[in-house]
Design a protein around this ligand. Sequence first.
Ligand SMILES: Cc1cc2nc3c(=O)[nH]c(=O)nc-3n(C[C@H](O)[C@H](O)[C@H](O)COP(=O)(O)O)c2cc1C
Length: 212
Amino acid sequence: MRKKYLLLLSLAVAVMAGAQELKTIKLEAPDKSGGIPVFKAFAERKSSREFAEGSLKSKDLSTLLWAANGINRPDGKRTAPSAIDKRDVDIYALMSEGAYVYDPKAHALNPVAAGDYRASVSGGQEFTKAAPLILVLVSDLTRFNASPDDGTKLVGALDIGIVSQNISIACAGLGLATVPRGTMNQAELRAALKLKDTHYLGLNHPVGNMKK
Ligand SMILES: Cc1cc2nc3c(=O)[nH]c(=O)nc-3n(C[C@H](O)[C@H](O)[C@H](O)COP(=O)(O)O)c2cc1C
């Protein structure tokens, strides 16, 4: 009886450990020819603070991340320009099961931490809690120089702004809802994403399907 109980207990622990373990998400190929024409996307771009229930289609997630800061040329350059081509902006993706960071080369989401950290971006704006996905834009300032200063911070912030606009336009093109936000609980997010002092945490984008 005791043996059976111990076996069941160890099985339960193994299942719980498995649930906490995040795996790399290999994204499917982005849809580089879909969506609406780019000038229609400019016409449609707006901040949306309401999200329909349900997660994003996997194709939309893939296309959105590629459009945000993916590789668009054989030499590895990106959809977003960056100062001195340092490609300093990393996109973290917060979803119900955990936090990931986008790897443009592998077109994959690499695990950062298991657990739901989406509440850390709300900063009192409750609408963010309805978003299935939150993209967090971080500039790794060490890609500019070993000891970042206010100048590098400014350049990192500029690069983040460009990735943010890519996200807004891509969402408009895909019919997704988003809003660029500076509000967030910096301390909580920095801890959750294991950021160093040399990471500049700039903006976040709650993303979801458009509420009809
Ligand atoms: C740098 C920046 C920070 C922003 N921060 C927030 C924010 O914390 N919360 C929010 O609800 N909207 C935020 N916004 C969205 C603006 O409020 C919004 O863009 C503005 O009201 C214009 O509306 P539109 O985007 O629909 O044109 C931010 C926009 C920018 C560019």
